[in-house]
Each structure stands twice: as C-alpha cells, then as structure tokens.
Design a protein around this ligand. Structure first.
Ligand code: GLN
Length: 508
C-alpha cells in the first residue's frame, strides 16, 4: 500500500482518478502476536482497494461527484466495504465518477474528467502485473503535463476506479454498474471489470441511481484478482431487501458446478463449452478496432475446445431505449430524497424572502437547482415525464415490456435456467453456456471529441445494457489489440459467475 500511495501522489494530479485518499494504516506490531499462527491469513490482507465515491465509507465521504453531496460524510460503511475491511483490505481512497453514476465518459463530475492513463508513464510502470507495480523512484517521470488535447476518456461512470487499477494505484477497485458503468471503463482502460448477477452483492450503503438495475461492480488487473474480490463480497445481506436469497444462490451455484464437473473444464481446457455469438451485437457503429481482437479471442477459445454457436436475440435493438426510459424513471424517484431538507445540499432563500408566501416546492427547487448537474437534471426531467399519467403507458410500461423481451431472449439461448424463477430446472444440452461479444463499439473516445453530451454518448452503452436489464453477470476482459485497449464481454445465466470467470481466464 505504501507503493500505491506513492503512485497516487505522483500520478493522480494528471489522471484525476481519486477524489480522496485515506491515511496509511498503522504498521503491524514488530513482534507477531503469539496467537498469529492460529489465525487464518485474510484473503485481502493489506491489499489496497479503491472505492467509487457513490459507495459509503465511514469518515471518507461519499459525494457521488455531485454538489448535492459534496459535504456528505456517511457515519457507516456500506456492507461491501465492511466485507473488504474484514478480509484485511486497506481502503485506500474514493474514486471519481459521473455524478450519481449517470454517464459513460466520466465527464459529468464536479471534480472534472478522469484521464485515461493508458500509455502514460503511470500505466507503463504498472504493467508488470505478476508482481505488484513498483513505487516511482526519485528519477521517476516528473508530474505529467495537464491533459493534452488528445486525452482520452477513462469511460464512465466508474472511470476513476478503472483508471486507478490501470495506473497501478490499487490492487482492485469497486465501481457500480447500472447499465455498463463497470464494464465500459474497464474496456476503455484495459482492465478487468465484473458486473455481478443482480442481487448477489449487497447494495446496502450504495447510493441509488436506479434500484432495479444497480449492482456493485469489481475491477482488477486480471480475472483471478477480480474473482478473489468478488468471492469476498458474495455474501447474503439481510439489510438489502433486493438481495437474492441463500437458497436461490445455492441452486445456481450447484447447477454451474455440476455442468463444470460433467464437462471436466479445468485451467487451459474448455472442451464442449458452448459459446453463443449474438448476431445483433454487431451494430453499424462498431469499429474494426474492436472486431479483430474479438475474432482472435474467439479463435483462442475454440482452440481450447469451445464450440461457437451463432444465436439471435431480436429484442437487443430496443434494449438501449428501454434502458434509458427505465433508468431515468427510477432515477427521478431515487433522487427525490435530495430535497435540501432531509438530505443533501441546503440552499437558504435569499434574505428578505417572505417564507409565508414561499411554497415548499420553491424551497426544494433552490437546493435541487444548485445541487444537481446538467446530466442529472436531464434524467430527472425525462424520468418524471415517462412516469407522468399521459406518458406512462407509452413510455414506462412499454419499456417494461421490452425489458421482459430482452430477458426472454437470454432465457431462450442459455442452457442453464434462471434459478430466480425456477428452482428445479434441468440444464438443457442445446443451450449455450455463455455469450461472448465486444464490450464496447469502439476504443476510448477522445475527451474533446464528439460524444460529450448528445444522443451519440448513449450509444456507447448499446452492448452493455441488455445484461443489466436481465440482471445477468457480465465480465469485460481486456484482450490483445493494437493501440487503445479493447474489452471482450462474457455474459452468463443468473448466478453463473463461476462459468463466466472460467471463460474469462481462458480469454485473457
Ligand atoms: N452510461 C449509462 C448511464 O448513463 C450507465 C451508467 C451506469 O451504469 N451507472 O445511465
């Protein structure tokens, strides 16, 4: 962790991944306690882990990159943070993000954009991943200059977490993923990013954006480290009312175990693994830069015994529109609590205001106008409209129907059933085990280029939102390409993280 703190001090001014860091933990006692041999080693002992600033950390703030929560300092840890600490992790700091998780480029932040560290001195000196990155020596490069006009986005909304991992500032990082916010930045920065099955990781203490979609995401330098952190966090939490019940988790886990044992998959071999390639995941906007690395990855998996099966998922074309209607509708409700009275920034009315004639709505509007940024206001307006009586059927209900169609597409192609709905299902031999597709349609976009605010920004999420709508596990793995990093996504049935990780390791 000393190394990581030194790297943060040297490189964060130019990357802007961290908004706050914690003081180093006290040094271990000089003589190990006589009982030391009796305690098991902790899974994450002394490992520095960064946490997105929309996840509560006691005494370290949770500002969500918003004016609204700039001064918010939670008096408690989110369950996922408690679990990290219990596993021995050093919570090294809080990472920059898009305000309340809304965005794909980490440009909607009161702390300014995160700069993609790929190819920078920070990134080059962190690349020896088998050993932990070295601290910058005194002859280390001086502070890099301010972002050049060619600076690229780290992706969003968990851009700070992805950049922190890519620049060797931490061992792993937590993000959140509502529609792609862990996978997209992981792909742009060249690190691994997991959006787990909805309901596996506790959301208690995680600031809501859209409750039915929000997941805590995990990022690390390789699949093995991502899995290690996921295993620490994959615990039922009764404080999260949307947590999957222990018996549901267990049924899915056992089904995957049976399939993996029956097929004899081990490190290096995936004989008979059925990989679905969804034909609708190759839209016209997709660039060649992501296609070649995908083809190579698929060929590599085939060489290990996997079988490729083309599949069709016809509802994909409507998933993005449905996502933005649903996520905005839920956001308008989730963010209603920030009224400047009970929660959030409080703006006083100008002196001399006659409070007797000022409505509560006018008072709320003062705080909300000052507290929320442009993108958040846009979503609240869009979402409130979609929920209004006149538009409800045409927008909100229609989007819910599309969500079900997207879900049905996945259930039709997977061999393992969704144990949230059926606990006795048989694994079909015709279905696929995983889907594989590019994580994004392009490599990291330039910060000064197109895509800063128009509709085209939303297109970046077209390949990540279907798994979010269906609540399925999706892992973005960086694969060999030329130039800027490319991520390939592995998507599995609900609760099938073990299969997804096995394929991810083989794709690395
Ligand atoms: N880019 C998407 C959005 O802006 C996804 C965000 C997320 O996953 N938090 O809504």
């Amino acid at each position: 962790s000393t190394t990581c703190r030194a790297r943060i001090a040297a490189y964060n001014p130019s990357i802007n991944a961290f908004v706050r860091t914690s003081p180093p933990p006290p040094p271990p006692p000089p003589h190990p306690s006589p009982l030391a041999h009796e305690t098991l080693p902790l899974q994450l002992a002394t490992r520095p882990v960064a946490v997105k600033d929309s996840i509560c950390t006691r005494g370290m703030g949770a500002g969500c990159a918003s004016e609204m929560l700039r001064d918010f300092d939670p008096p408690y840890d989110a369950t996922v943070v408690t679990l990290l600490r219990a596993a021995g992790a050093d919570i090294i700091g809080k990472t920059n993000c898009d305000e309340f998780g809304m965005g794909s480029m980490n440009i909607h932040s009161i702390h300014g954009p995160v700069i993609n560290p790929f190819g920078s001195p920070a990134h080059r000196s962190s690349m020896a991943r088998s050993t932990f990155p070295s601290a910058p020596s005194s002859s280390a490069p001086p502070l890099p200059p301010p972002p050049s006009p060619e600076a690229r986005s780290a992706g969003g909304s968990s851009g700070g977490s992805a950049a922190a991992v890519a620049a060797g500032m931490c061992f792993a990082a937590l993000g959140t993923d509502t529609g792609g916010s862990t996978r997209l930045p992981a792909a742009y920065c060249g690190v691994v990013g997991l959006k787990p099955s909805y309901g596996l990781l506790s959301r208690w203490g995680v600031v809501s954006f859209a409750d039915s979609l929000d997941c805590v995401g995990v990022m690390a330098g390789c699949v093995e480290d991502t899995e290690l952190v996921f295993d620490v966090l994959n615990v039922y939490d009764e404080k999260d009312p949307t947590a999957a019940l222990p018996e549901t988790r267990e049924a899915a886990r056992r089904a995957c175990e049976r399939r993996m044992e029956e097929m004899g998959w081990s490190e290096g071999r995936l004989d008979g693994l059925r990989i679905g390639i969804p034909q609708e995941y190759f839209p016209a906007e997709m660039t060649d830069a992501v296609l070649q690395p995908l083809r190579r990855t698929i060929a590599g998996l085939q060489a290990k015994g996997a079988v490729v099966v083309p599949v069709s998922m016809p509802a994909t074309a409507y998933a993005l529109s449905a996502y933005y209607v649903l996520a905005s509708a839920e956001a308008s409700s989730c963010l209603a609590r920030f009224d400047g009275v009970e929660y959030g920034l409080h703006v006083r009315p100008p002196p001399g205001t006659d409070l007797a004639t000022t409505s509560t709505a006018e008072l709320y509007a003062l705080s909300r106008s000052a507290g929320f940024g442009r993108e958040v206001k846009k979503r609240i307006l869009l979402g409130t409209y979609a929920l209004s009586a006149d538009a409800f059927d045409n927008y909100f209900l229609q989007a819910q129907r599309v969500r079900q169609l997207v879900k049905d597409d996945f259930d039709r192609v997977f061999g393992i059933p969704d144990y949230r709905q059926c606990t006795t299902g048989e694994t079909g031999s015709e279905g696929v085990d995983v889907l594989v597709h590019p994580s994004a349609i392009q490599t990291a976009p330039r910060l000064d280029g197109e895509g800063g605010g128009g509709l085209e920004t939303y297109v970046q999420d077209v390949l990540t939102v279907p798994a979010s709508l269906a609540g399925l596990p999706a892992l973005s793995v960086p694969v060999a390409g030329e130039g800027w990093p490319v991520g390939v996504s592995v998507v599995g049935q609900w609760g099938c993280e073990s299969v997804v990780f096995a394929v991810g390791r083989a794709a690395e």
